[in-house]
Design a binder for this molecule. Structure first.
Ligand code: MGD
Ligand code: MGD
Ligand code: SF4
Ligand code: MO
Length: 774
């Protein structure tokens, strides 16, 4: 028996786990007490790591379709088939005829971080869809517009704030999102213990709301109105205090003007909140020593999602809390390129192209996932128009996670070719012609390329594979590399060629950039210094070396202020002696990191402005033109007071779930983790619904039947049904999930409700009708 460390891939909290390994299998998981970030925290999902890892329904071999049925195949056969079938399609119909769908677990794997950009480059397709347009795209767009960088996302400084105003997030069940914080619940409790206050805005009285000092339960979909009224109040009561931010912000007076119609009285009816409660919230926010406003899913996947996300940061700016300790700060991850010197940038463009069928504008290079089905099933009006004929899905289950799964299900069945990189045969992958299954997580190395960018503390951790790759398995990085070769017409070339090319391309650019730690060096010599046993390890090493903590002390000093302030100091006295000792010159490398198996703490978040700004003005552009152009829509929403009896549906997450793919783990199912329709007692009575009896739910995209659960944790006028259920389609291999399938909430949607600026589906606050099944 032995132990091994493994960062948990099951949510954004990224807790360090200590796994017990017995006979090559993981038999137990506990929190790693020495982890520099999570310090021993674990939740029920992390504790179920052994079961998740050893699920007998995981695919062990590639599958290929032959005469209509899937059969096991060798890796060579599988990739040869991809290569043979995809190249002619691209040649005949153009690159946009191949669609790519990237699902959520891509942000939880090394492969998902390192290879999809190369795959997109190899395919040269604009038919790119990701889970972001079911999730946080409004935040990317608002950050892109405000700060010039879609990834410049301020994170609430949970451990130092005095006041947290949190909208549409339930971290006691989700463990947090776009705010990576192991033990989020403990950090919220600590906030209250040190005398701080927590205000939660959520139409449900969630476990998080129960912890709060104040809970506002507005009508779903009205956060942007509420936030606009908070901004209005700051101006009306002369509470705007930019402090040192004033030097970096333009457009404050324009915002004052833009929100003039959104007084607390004006929004009260639509939000169903009192004007008093709104004013008090604004005053408390302004009065706090240091405060942060933070919004997530419930204020993002709504009709005014981008406006709400924009207003969140407008509030952070106007109260002087952006970029200050205890407020909302920009993390500095170890694998982002060392920051360039501050100054005007290229800005952020939206709508550089539009989708074929409905003309949806791209955002961050992506088209709305809600529009995938129509991009497949709508005939071309002219040859070569780019109807999607082949689809690659990587870690995605859009048949359940996106609107109108029935239409998408049928569309997937009509494709000329579908390839899935996925461990399960589920509602989506059952349509694939080739399934390429990655190994279970214990057999993969882990590094959080994505979540370190949103972490409440700068830190860096790496866990190599906990157990060796089993016979017949292929590392997911190699699967991606071979897939890239297959679609590029280079099937058969060694997968290391993909990593080498990535390294060469990155270095060729970096050596020409004055702020890079390798400026002026010979790229070949730098490449020769890289360590790492595999291609992805070498790439990680390169990213660390090119990152803000990678340069020697001298190099960092010669670069931007950011690198000096947030960078070398972090690696130098950021808590771990290993970093300073092992690094020679003090720079962070893979060797330095591997010498610190529990991670390296790089210190609390630090003010970084104007460093992160890449707007054309080089300042925070507080009222960007696309936002201003969307405000009339919000003004119209002031009059949007629904008829009595109208119901709106919101989602919910359960601590022991994860979107659509953990319903197959017995240890995580059952109990309260069920697909029930939550209804307020007043609504249940009015509608004649009985607890435990089936209710019929009708939406624009279809009708479902779910068991009624009567609870006053939802406000009147709101019903709640969780997502990720509906495991009753034939041809899947998730036996546990199929036994208690639940229903797919997204079938209530027809895919037409989107936040227009971001293309994000409205998954919360859409209208439904509910009646008893008689
Ligand atoms: N109504 C409603 N719908 C929602 C939401 C909601 O709140 N309400 N939430 C939305 C959000 S936030 C998200 S992020 C999306 C998620 O949407 P998706 O990403 O489409 O869905 P998941 O259920 O996360 O699917 C993950 C897929 O990845 C596979 N997988 C698991 N581990 C690995 C791995 O290591 N490698 C690979 N290659 N594959 C793996 C699983 O088998 C599964 O097929 O759903 C969205 N849909
Ligand atoms: N246990 C568990 N953890 C998860 C996941 C999971 O499925 N299960 N999924 C992961 C993923 S992919 C993500 S993106 C994160 C999401 O994590 P969070 O952002 O915390 O999202 P949710 O838990 O969906 O909470 C959203 C809340 O918004 C509320 N809400 C709905 N409509 C509105 C509205 O109009 N206004 C306001 N203010 N609130 C509203 C809902 O009632 C709900 O409580 O969780 C991650 N962690
Ligand atoms: S909180 Fe998230 S990262 Fe931590 S153990 Fe639970 S699922 Fe894993
Ligand atoms: Mo998500």
């Amino acid at each position: 028996m032995s132990t091994a460390l493994r960062i948990c891939p099951l949510c954004e909290a990224t807790c360090g786990l200590t796994l017990t390994i017995d006979g090559g299998r993981v038999t137990a998981a506990r929190g790693d007490r020495d982890d520099v970030f999570s310090q021993g925290f674990i939740c029920p999902k992390g504790a179920a790591f052994p079961e998740v890892d050893a699920d007998p329904d995981r695919l062990t071999r590639p599958l290929v379709r032959e005469n209509g049925a899937l059969r096991e195949a060798t890796w060579d056969e599988a990739f040869a088939l991809v290569a043979a079938r995809i190249r002619p399609l691209i040649e005949q119909h153009g690159p946009n005829a191949v669609g790519l769908v990237l699902g959520n677990p891509n942000v939880h794997t090394v492969a998902g971080a390192l290879y999809p950009p190369l795959l997109i480059g190899a395919l040269r397709t604009r038919s790119l869809f990701t889970a972001s347009t079911l999730d946080q795209m409004p935040k990317h767009v608002s950050s892109g517009l405000l700060f010039g960088d879609a990834f410049a996302i301020p994170v609430p400084d949970l451990d130092r704030t005095d006041h947290l105003l949190m909208l549409g997030a339930n971290p006691l069940d989700s463990n947090g999102s776009l705010c990576t914080a192991p033990d989020f619940p403990g950090r919220l409790k600590a906030l209250r213990r040190r005398g701080g206050t927590l205000t939660v805005v959520d139409p449900r009285r969630t476990r998080t709301a129960r912890l709060a000092d104040r809970h506002l339960a507005p009508r779903p979909g009205t956060d942007a109105l509420l936030l606009a009224a908070l901004v209005h109040t700051l101006f009306a009561e002369d509470l705007v205090r930019l402090g040192p931010l004033a030097d970096h912000v333009e457009g404050v007076e324009e915002v004052r003007h833009a929100v003039r119609d959104f007084s607390p009285e004006a929004v009260a009816a639509a939000c169903d909140l009192t004007a008093d409660a709104i004013r008090t919230t604004a005053r408390e926010l302004a009065a706090a020593e240091a405060a942060a406003v933070y919004g997530r899913m419930g204020s993002s996947t709504v009709a005014y999602g981008t406006l709400a996300n924009w207003l969140v940061d407008v509030l952070n700016v106007l109260t002087g809390n952006l970029d200050r300790p205890g407020g909302a700060l920009f993390p500095l991850s170890a694998t982002v390129p060392a920051p360039r010197p501050a100054g005007p940038g290229r800005g952020f463009a939206l709508g550089r192209w539009t989708s074929r069928v409905s003309g949806h504008p791209e955002a961050k290079g992506e088209l709305p996932l809600a529009a995938l089905a129509e991009e497949i099933d709508t005939p071309e009006r002219a040859p070569g128009e780019g109807r999607i004929r082949a689809l690659i899905t990587v870690a995605a289950n859009p048949v359940l996670s996106a609107p109108d799964g029935r239409r998408l299900d049928a569309a997937l069945g009509s494709l000329d070719l579908m390839v899935a990189v996925d461990p399960y045969l589920n509602e989506t992958t059952r349509h694939a012609d080739v399934v390429l299954p990655p190994p279970p997580p214990s057999q993969s190395a882990h590094f959080d390329f994505a979540f370190n960018q949103f972490a409440v503390r700068n830190q860096v951790r790496y866990t190599p594979a906990a157990v060796p790759l089993a016979e017949g398995r292929m590392d997911e990085c190699e699967i991606h590399a071979r897939l890239i070769l297959a679609v590029s017409g280079m099937h058969g070339a060694p997968p290391s060629a993909v990593d080498d090319l990535a390294i060469d391309t990155t270095l060729a650019k970096a050596v020409t950039q004055e702020h890079s730690p390798v400026y002026g060096q010979d790229p070949k010599a730098v490449a020769a210094r890289l360590t790492g046993a595999t291609g992805p390890e070498r790439r990680l090493d390169l990213m660390l070396r090119l990152g803000p903590y990678g340069g020697s002390r001298d190099a960092a000093d010669g670069g931007s202020r950011d690198a000096r302030d947030g960078g070398s100091r972090g690696a130098r006295d950021g808590g771990s002696r290993d970093a300073a000792d092992g690094g020679g010159s003090g720079g962070l490398t893979l060797d330095v990191l591997r010498a610190a198996p529990h991670g390296i703490d790089l210190g609390p978040l630090r003010p970084r402005l104007p460093g992160p700004l890449k707007t054309r003005s080089g300042r925070v552009e507080l009222l960007p033109a696309p936002i201003a152009a969307d405000l009339p829509r919000l003004r119209a929403a002031l009059r949007d007071v629904p008829e009595p009896g109208t119901l709106r549906l919101v989602g919910r997450r359960h601590l022991r779930s994860n979107n659509s793919w953990l319903h197959n783990i017995p240890a995580l199912t059952g109990g309260s983790n069920r697909c029930t329709l939550q209804v307020h007692p007043e609504d249940a009575e009015r509608l004649g619904l009985t607890a435990g009896a089936p209710a019929r739910i009708t939406g624009e995209g279809g009708e479902l039947t779910a068991e009624t659960e009567i609870t006053d944790t939802v406000r009147p006028g709101v019903v709640s049904l969780p997502h990720g259920w509906g495991h009753d389609r034939p041809g899947t291999r998730t036996t546990v999930a199929a036994a208690r399938p639940g229903v797919n909430v997204n079938q209530l949607l027809d895919g037409s409700r989107l936040d227009p600026l971001s293309g994000t589906a409205v998954l919360n606050g859409f209208p439904v009708r509910v009646s008893p099944v008689l």
